[in-house]
Design a protein around this ligand. Structure first.
Ligand code: SAJ
Length: 414
């Protein structure tokens, strides 16, 4: 049983700490005192399926400062600096600096935060060695990137394979032993720089694939193809798996990590272009809405956005493409109303279903929450001003709405 201090108790750090605490003595550290006090009162600081029961039974002690431990696990965010298009490693550096006074010989430091390749060697080691302990000899260091998808975090943290790359084999082996306490998937061992790179290429693979789907959706509208049916058929090929188009890519990972690969090279044209295609989707949706208003002769429209979470069935709005969509609608001079039954806090006011739908000219379905699949066409008809819906996720059962006189426009269908 090791004493483990997890630094950063967010979407990844808290579930990791909770899972580790089933076999180890775990302390949590976060700079946000509200998060700390919620965890100490066994409350969830954010929603994640399955967390409520685990947090109720946990014996984790949270604080705003680290404690002396055998193992330190760094799970702080790595934001993307949009100005310079580079990873902002400020929080990782601060987290490493915060543990220096507590480091003793024999300690293991694991970085889970997403970082650019070479960061452990170039940034983490010089910081840790300010303790006068030598990394690889006195203390050990590895990168074990997280791979869990929000909404299924607990299942994936336990069942997914993991990549562990240490600065030397002792670091790798010590890390694998710690994670084996809760990971049922295979733990694959590699070197530290490859581990950093692998994390980034996983998310980049997904971003490029989504960009392809988005490009094909836009093309399909021009040549009168239903992209959703076409992708479904293409994916019947045993070696094809095209993802789904949509109003853009959000979240703290896929919308961000690919840029970490592009920051020091001009050899990543496909990666940069995919990011740009996905970032351009809100603007494409607005151009579709503009055409809808012009064809229907609607002036000074009211638009209702259904869903501002960055994806379906979660309450997380980080990097949500909805924000860009709302801003672009406002730039057109349209009145925007927002409804999201899952999200509690957002930059714009969140309205009740009735308030949001009342008198609107266009509902834009932005997120594939299950709640929207069950929309009552009659109820919507009784509230709206114009019976028009723009479905960016191909989520609605159209016949039901057509029966009530709606015109449904779908991304990727002309
Ligand atoms: N999206 C599409 N079309 C799709 C799938 C997703 O437009 O077919 C959009 C979503 O709506 C969302 C965005 O992409 O806006 C990202 O969603 P996601 O479900 O693809 O991924 P995340 O960001 O929630 O989690 C990803 C996962 N990475 C991979 O699947 C390779 C997860 O395993 C990582 O742990 C996580 O990033 C992370 O933290 O890096």
């Amino acid at each position: 049983m090791a004493k483990i201090c997890v630094i950063g108790l967010g979407y990844i750090g808290l579930p990791t700490a909770l899972l580790l605490s089933k076999s180890h003595n775990v302390y949590g550290c976060d700079i946000n005192p509200v998060v700390v006090s919620k965890i100490n009162s066994k409350e969830m600081p954010f929603f994640e399926p399955g967390m409520e029961e685990v947090i109720r039974d946990t014996n984790i002690i949270a604080a705003t400062q680290p404690v002396q431990a055998d193992v330190f696990v760094i799970c702080v965010p790595t934001p993307f600096d949009k100005e310079v298009r580079m990873a902002d490693l400020r929080f990782v550096k601060q987290a490493l600096e915060s543990i220096i006074p507590y480091l003793v010989s024999g300690n293991l430091v694991v970085i889970e935060s997403t970082i650019t390749p070479g960061s452990c060697e170039k940034i983490a080691i010089p910081i840790l060695e300010r303790s006068k302990l030598i990394v690889g000899k006195d203390i050990f260091l590895s990168h074990c990137p997280e791979r869990a998808i929000p909404g299924k975090t607990f299942y994936e943290m336990v069942n997914n394979d993991r990549i562990v790359g240490g600065i030397n084999s002792t670091s790798t082996d010590l890390t694998a032993d710690i994670y084996r306490s809760f990971v049922k998937g295979t733990i694959h061992k590699t070197d530290i720089r490859t581990a950093e790179f692998v994390k980034l290429i996983e998310n980049t693979f997904r971003d490029v694939n989504i960009a392809l789907a988005n490009e094909l959706a836009m093309l399909s509208e021009d040549i009168d193809i239903n992209i959703w049916k076409a992708i479904e058929l293409a994916n019947k090929h045993p070696r094809v798996n095209i993802l789904s188009p949509g109003p853009g890519v959000g979240g703290h990972c896929i919308a961000v990590d690919p840029w970490f690969l592009t920051e020091s090279t001009c050899k990543t044209k496909l990666i940069s272009m995919s990011r740009e295609i996905n970032d351009g989707m809100p603007s494409y949706i607005v151009s579709k809405a503009k055409r809808i208003f012009s064809d229907a002769g609607i002036k000074d429209p009211i638009v209702t956005i259904f869903g501002v979470a960055y994806k379906g069935n979660i309450d997380d709005t980080r990097e949500t493409p909805a924000l860009k969509l709302i801003k672009l609608c406002e730039k057109e001079g349209w009145t925007v109303k927002i409804f999201d039954p899952r999200v509690k806090k957002f930059e714009y006011p969140l309205l009740s279903f009735e308030e949001a739908v009342q008198n609107t000219n266009l509902i834009i379905i932005e997120v594939d929450h299950d709640d929207f699949k069950k929309l009552d066409a009659k109820k919507v008809r009784d509230l709206v001003k114009s019976k028009i819906i723009l479905d960016t996720k191909n989520l609605l059962i159209k016949d039901e709405f057509v029966k009530y006189g709606f015109r449904i426009h779908t991304l990727g269908i002309n």
